[in-house]
Write a protein that binds this ligand. Structure first.
Ligand SMILES: Cc1cc2nc3c(=O)[nH]c(=O)nc-3n(C[C@H](O)[C@H](O)[C@H](O)COP(=O)(O)O)c2cc1C
Length: 190
């Protein structure tokens, strides 16, 4: 069983990463194979609505110059996919938006190739807007027929400066419960 975490914050070791690590560390302790892929700060082209993924049907995007095709390949080879984003003006980061548009289109063009994988959103915010981010990421999972994992609260943590989220005990606890739910689901789909 493999869990892939894609982190879409350009701030290295920031709050989004801290929240993601809280989940990943528990999965690792249970001997689940994990991989973290940082897309934050990378130049990722937007979907250009060319429809070529529907012509090619090769599980890849026609745009090959950035990290998206690598992400899609890693998503295909994982049982659970975490997508973590900071809240930027009540939305996902630009990198995450470009990824979900292009990976989402490729997945649709290839018979919902991510279906029945587990999906979980992780969101960092200062004060407001995280629910929209949570919804945007979950919308990507749900339209791909993925099984979405929740927690005891929506999967978010609060903090502004780098590391602030460490003071959000409820947010961290939400991540630990999320990890337990992912573990439970992994056993079910095994
Ligand atoms: C461009 C930008 C827009 C932001 N917009 C919001 C927002 O709408 N709501 C909010 O609560 N925080 C907002 N923030 C704050 C970040 O979401 C917050 O600092 C978060 O912890 C950053 O995560 P990171 O440390 O992983 O980068 C914004 C930050 C930036 C840089």
């Amino acid at each position: 069983m493999k869990v892939l975490a894609i982190i879409g914050s350009p701030r290295k070791d920031g709050n989004t990463t801290i929240l993601t690590n809280e989940v990943i560390n528990i999965l690792k302790k249970e001997n689940i194979e994990t991989e973290i892929l940082n897309i934050g700060g990378k130049t990722i082209s937007p979907c250009i609505a060319c429809g070529k993924c529907f012509d090619m049907q090769n599980k890849q995007c026609i745009q090959t110059e950035d990290i998206v095709n690598e992400c899609i390949l890693k998503m295909e080879n994982s049982d659970a996919i975490l997508i973590a984003s900071p809240t930027y003006f009540a939305n996902v980061s630009t990198e995450v938006k470009a990824l979900i548009d292009r990976a989402g289109m490729v997945a649709k063009a290839n018979g919902d190739m991510l279906k029945r994988k587990i999906g979980a959103a992780i969101v960092a915010e200062r004060r407001g807007g995280a629910i929209q981010v949570f919804n945007a990421i979950n919308a990507f999972f749900l339209i791909n027929q993925m099984i979405v994992s929740g927690s005891s609260y929506w999967n978010l943590g609060i903090g502004m400066a780098k590391g602030d989220v460490k003071n959000d005990e409820e947010g961290l606890s939400t991540m630990r419960t999320l990890a337990q739910n992912i573990l439970w689901l992994l056993k079910k789909i095994k």
